[in-house]
Each structure stands twice: as C-alpha cells, then as structure tokens.
Design a protein around this ligand. Structure first.
Ligand code: SAH
Length: 379
C-alpha cells in the first residue's frame, strides 16, 4: 500500500502498534483489532487494569449487589445436588473480574450446602495480570487455581459460570456490499491518517459464515460472529457431555441471529469511539446466544434458554432474599439492596437485555430457573 501520512499525535501505544501492523501486512480484521486492544500481552485493556466499578469503566451485576452471586451460588448448589452430589467437582468461572461473583458464590454454598463446598475445586480462567491479583485478594482464604484457557481444567465433573465473559471476546464482522458479503476490516485513512473501517478484497465464503435466513440482507447490513466464543461454547459442551456437569452463561445479547453493528467501546461509564483510545477503553459486542447454543448442541450437550436475567433471578428467589437481607439492615443499606435487585431484574435495567443460558448433559434434569424457557415473541 502507499505510505500513509505520519502518525497523528496523542495516539496510544497500542494504536501505534496496530498502525505498524497495518503498514506491514495490510488491513486487519475486526477480530484481530479486538484481540490486540483487549489482550495484547503488554498493553491490552484487560492485561493492564481493573476496569470495574465506579472509578473504572463499567459495572457488572456482581458489583451491583451481593444477591446476584448468592442466587448463582444457590443455582450451583441445586445443580450439584441434581447431578447426584459428586464428591469431587470443579467449579470454574470464566473471566472472573474482581472475584466478587466467586466470593459470593462460595460464601453462599458454605452456608446453604456445606457438603457441596467440601466437594469443590475452584478454578478461575483469567488472562489479566492485574485482575488475577485482585481476584487473589478477594478470595484470599479460598484455594483457587488460575488458568489462561478453559482447556487446561483437569478432568472430572464440572460446573461453569460466565458472567459478561463472552461479550469481551473478539468478533468478526461481515458487511453486505454490492459484491456480496465481505469481511469488515480496519485500515489507515490515506488522507487524514485516522484508523477507519474498510472491507476486505476477497469475498468471504458465505456458506461458512452467514446463517441461511440472513444471506440476502440489504446493502450495508452487518453480521457479527464470534468464532472464538463458539469454540469455547463447544469445548464447554463437549466436556459437560462427556464428564457431566453444567454451565451457566449470563450476558447481554440477542436470542436469534440478527443484523447490526454492536461493537461498542466504553470508557469511564460513557460510550466511546471503538477506534480511539485503543487499549484504554473496553470493547464488547452483543452475544449471539443462538450461535453459542448451536455450537453447544453440535458438541453433544443440552441447551436451555436463553431466558431473561430478570425472570431467572426472580424464579430463584431474588425478591425473597433481598427482603430478608433488607429486614436485617439499616435503612440506607436496605435501600441500596432493594435498588440493586431492582436494577438486576427490571426491564428498564438489566432484566431483559441480559439473558441466561444453561448447558447440561443430555441425561441431566431440567436446570433450576429454566422451567419456562420459552422467551417467545417477547423479543
Ligand atoms: N465476570 C466479571 C468480569 C467481567 S469483565 C463480572 O461479572 O464482574 C470480563 C472478564 O473476562 C475480565 O475478568 C477479563 O479479564 C476476562 N477476559 C477477557 N477476555 C478473556 C480471555 N480471552 N480469556 C480469559 N479471560 C478473559
């Protein structure tokens, strides 16, 4: 390609790295861009910081209320019991953030089902160095093993929890152009020197990437796919199908495959240009639950849901638990507990944007909370 203009001032080190890569090898896929921005070993967003909380960039359900983790802990305990209470079981969290969810789960199971707490081996799949340290602090009294990847968890029955993990995985984007579907890429604008979106030269193999019902989409439509997310869903499902256990995936996203650009950047609780402040802003995309579910079924497991987060939490008793905690708390604490739970279940909060999907082995009974798993025409 022609030499682009010199580097604009105030770009981040990762921005500079991406430009070097583009200059050397040409435009990069959106997935490659996300991979570098989020997981570059030296400067990736999740490598270098704890992004959670009021002083960070975003807040997640476990950081909003302890009741979230308590309900998930209860779900794990019921699922363990329904699976015949194996004496040894791995409890795995993917992308555990500050360790808050796991701490709330472990406290709950120690209270409600000590025999389950005894049976547990806790594993955290986390790539971020700063977050690993934070997790160690949060969980200091508990024996925990860290992993870079799900695949290194030792064999045996397994319970897996993933809250806002899949939305942080790289996606590919495909655009309908007048030449058909093409992969969306990032390149350097020859005039301004900015990073901009472009489309690849070669037409992608549409049989591979685009679901049947979306193949004839209008011009400029975007379709997204997380190949890595589907691979992880497939590994989880294969493991559950062969060795027993279950997974609970909680995230924001859509139930059916759809068109649209959901790549978004957030910094200090505000939306941001995804191509700016690279490595210093969070990058996420909506989770395609249909694709994860298909991957899990193909690998031999059962899939339940996704259902609305609000419905799941209410079914497992969030309102009763909140009322019990509030009754024993000061007025101020009670208000915080009630507004936290409301935010988690309300349609104008996280109750319907966030969905919950369970993966089990085909021989297991219906997982708790999924008694009515038909989200129907609500979406
Ligand atoms: N589950 C937590 C944090 C969500 S943020 C919560 O609900 O608060 C996303 C988490 O996934 C972070 O812990 C991040 O470091 C981790 N993560 C992102 N990409 C990852 C990857 N490829 N492998 C393992 N962990 C990853």
């Amino acid at each position: 390609m022609v030499d682009p203009p010199s580097l604009p001032t105030n770009v981040t080190p990762l921005d500079a790295k991406i430009r070097e890569r583009i200059k050397a090898d040409g435009p990069i896929a959106v997935s490659e861009f996300m991979e570098i921005a989020l997981s570059d070993p030296d400067r990736g967003y999740y490598q270098t910081r704890d992004p959670l909380g009021q002083d960070g960039d975003f807040v997640t359900s476990p950081e909003i209320s302890q009741v979230f983790g308590e309900i998930i802990g209860l779900w794990c305990a019921i699922t363990w019991q329904n699976a015949g209470a194996p004496e040894d079981i791995h409890l795995v969290e993917l992308g555990p953030g500050r360790g808050t969810l796991m701490a709330d789960i472990l406290r709950t199971v120690q209270n409600v089902m000590p025999a389950f707490a005894e049976a547990l081996n806790v594993h955290l799949v986390e790539t971020g160095t700063v977050l690993r340290q934070q997790q160690q602090e949060t969980l200091n009294a508990n024996q925990v093993t860290w992993h870079d990847r799900f695949e290194t968890i030792p064999s045996g029955p397994i319970l897996i929890v993933a809250n806002e993990f899949f939305d942080a995985l790289p996606i590919k984007q495909y655009k309908m152009t007048d030449r058909g579907w093409q992969e969306r890429q990032i390149t350097i604008d020859q005039k301004q020197g900015n990073l901009i979106f472009t489309t690849g030269d070669s037409l992608i193999n549409k049989n591979m990437a685009i679901p049947n019902e979306l193949r004839t989409a209008p011009l400029n439509s975007l379709f997204e796919r997380s190949i890595i997310g589907e691979k992880i869903a497939s590994s989880i499902a294969e493991r559950i199908a062969t060795e027993g256990g279950a997974a609970l995936i909680i995230d924001y996203g859509h139930v059916r495959p759809g068109l649209g650009d959901t790549l978004q950047a957030v910094k200090s609780h505000k939306y941001h240009d995804p191509l700016a402040a690279i490595g210093e802003a969070d990058l996420t995309a909506h989770v395609d639950f249909a694709a994860l579910g298909e991957a899990a079924k193909t690998a031999g497991a059962m899939v339940y849901g996704p259902i609305f987060q609000g419905e799941f939490l209410v079914c497992l008793g969030i309102e009763q638990r909140t009322a019990a905690l509030a009754a024993a708390a000061t007025d101020d604490q009670a208000d915080i507990l009630k507004s936290g739970s409301r935010r988690l279940i309300a349609a104008d909060g996280m109750g319907t944007l966030f969905k919950v999907m369970a993966i089990t082995s085909v021989t297991d009974s219906l997982p708790a909370g999924f008694e009515n798993d038909d989200i129907g025409d609500a979406l």
